[in-house]
Design a protein around this ligand. Structure first.
Ligand code: GLU
Length: 462
């Protein structure tokens, strides 16, 4: 039996959770969770100038919103600097790394004289006995001959000529580890077996593999996934608008829909477009990740979102709607609102593609009296309509409050007045919801109950 995989998400906390990052996290989560493995979180906070605790908070919040739980505590890369230095010194002792006394100015001068050549430190082959007692960086003694091959689960074999990779710095002369070195030490120590990340890290992988080899460590499976592109096919950037996961949360897409949609962004399982978490965990594999960049497609997202809203159990939907309201800074639902909204949810969730769409249709259940009406609703309450409404009001005093009786009553009234049912529905919508586009009048009446329905009808009559 092969050991359960360990994956990780390793964001740099310099902003919010980008949807590209969210997708990377999701792929790692699905891969681990589908195989009884572990999904770890590492905050790559070595860049002290750019890393902020607020950004870490925002990233954790984003992952939590998306429903991606990680195992154990998030690991701070910065906190592990001593360990990174220790490994670099170990490599020095083993001869797989060396002390480099070249100053940045010297390296720059060398580069100016040797354009297009890979820098090779003069200290690489210098006699250590003759080394000055001066600050030094620790550089990897990388092979100069041959090739370094990344056996990438998405990209296939990617080959780098070793004479084009310089001896990367592991530890700077001030004793701080480089990011590239830290990543390898951390992934090794965390037992990471699969590195699934954006293909902007593919060239880093070549240098990182050299560190694994120098240490004699097992190389993880690499899977470099193509970045997400915008609707215009260009690399996703702020110019495209919504690039933060929080933007999508604020637009009212359920987390379950985002998981489904993001999973399909670059990965496929036959023609399956709509699936739940259980299926995603079961199906997700590296072989299904495409080599071409996936494009954002809001139409598709809406479709996926509508499906998930419709499939959500009512109690879960109510919780999600509450969470959404809190997210966009609206007050929590009152008990009355919940009492009126709940019976209407089975109907409301069939049509809405986003939470704002659902809440717009749910307006009748959320408003109080007097009902505020828009112009169209106002126009629907013409004198003839008001007379019919008052007849209906009288008739509704005594019927049993069931769909059958309400429908029968409306039907009777329509026939008695020689009009279609629609003629009654329009003013009823206006009276009950203050709008002309609403769920069916019977659904609204049932959800509101007799007293509230009658009170709103009376309110419309003035
Ligand atoms: N911290 C890197 C980033 O945010 C990820 C590094 C990695 O996954 O190896 O792009």
């Amino acid at each position: 039996m092969t050991a359960a995989p360990v994956t990780r998400f390793a964001p740099s906390p310099t902003g919010y959770l980008h949807i590209g990052g969210a997708r990377t996290a999701l792929f790692n989560w699905l891969y681990a969770r589908g195989r009884g493995g572990r999904f770890l979180l590492r905050i790559e906070d070595t860049d002290r100038a750019r890393s902020t605790p607020e950004a870490t908070e925002a990233i954790l919040k984003g992952l939590t919103w998306l429903g991606l739980d990680w195992d154990g505590e998030p690991i701070s890369q910065f906190a592990r600097a001593d360990r990174h230095a220790q490994v670099a010194r170990q490599m020095l002792d083993a001869g797989t790394a060396y002390r480099c006394h070249s100053t940045p100015a010297e390296i720059e001068a060398w580069r100016a004289e040797n354009p297009n050549r890979t820098f090779v430190s003069p200290w690489r082959d210098a006699d250590p006995a003759g080394a000055p007692d001066a600050p030094f960086a620790i550089r990897l003694r990388a092979p100069r001959e041959g090739e370094t091959v990344i056996r990438d689960a998405v990209q296939g074999d990617v080959t780098f000529r070793n004479d084009q990779l310089d001896d990367m710095v592991l530890l700077r002369s001030d004793g701080t580890p480089t990011y590239m070195h830290a990543v390898v030490v951390d992934d090794h120590d965390m037992g990471v077996t699969h590195v699934i990340r954006g293909d902007d890290h593919l060239t880093n992988a070549a240098r990182q593999v050299q560190v694994y080899q120098a240490m004699g460590w097992d190389i993880p499976v690499f899977a470099h996934i193509p970045l997400i592109h915008g609707t215009d096919g260009k690399k996703l950037s702020k110019r495209h608008g919504a690039v933060g996961l929080h933007d999508y949360a604020a637009m009212g897409y359920p987390a379950a829909a985002m998981r489904n949609y993001l999973a399909r962004l670059g990965w496929s399982h036959g023609d399956d477009e709509l699936f739940d978490d259980t299926q995603a965990r079961e199906w997700f594999d590296l072989a299904g990740i495409g080599k071409a960049p996936a494009r954002l497609d809001f139409k598709k997202l809406e479709h996926v979102s509508g499906h998930h809203i419709g499939a959500m159990p009512d109690d879960a939907l109510l919780r999600e709607l509450s969470r959404f309201r809190a997210e966009i800074g609206q007050p929590a639902f009152t008990e009355t609102q919940i009492a009126r909204l709940s019976p209407a949810l089975p109907v409301l969730k069939q049509k809405a593609k986003t939470f704002p769409q659902l809440l717009e249709q749910a307006r009748f259940a959320l408003i109080g009296r007097p009902v505020e009406r828009d112009d169209k609703a106002q126009a629907a309450l013409d004198p003839v309509s008001l007379r019919i409404l008052s007849e209906l009001t009288a008739a509704l005093q005594h019927v049993n409050w069931t769909r059958d009786e309400l429908e029968a009553e409306a039907q009777r009234l329509a026939e008695a007045n020689g009009i279609g049912l629609g003629k009654i529905a329009a003013p009823l919508r206006a009276a009950l919801a203050g709008r002309t586009s609403t769920p069916s009048v019977f659904d609204m009446m049932l959800a509101l109950g007799r007293d509230e329905t009658l009170a709103r009808l009376a309110g419309a009559a003035g």
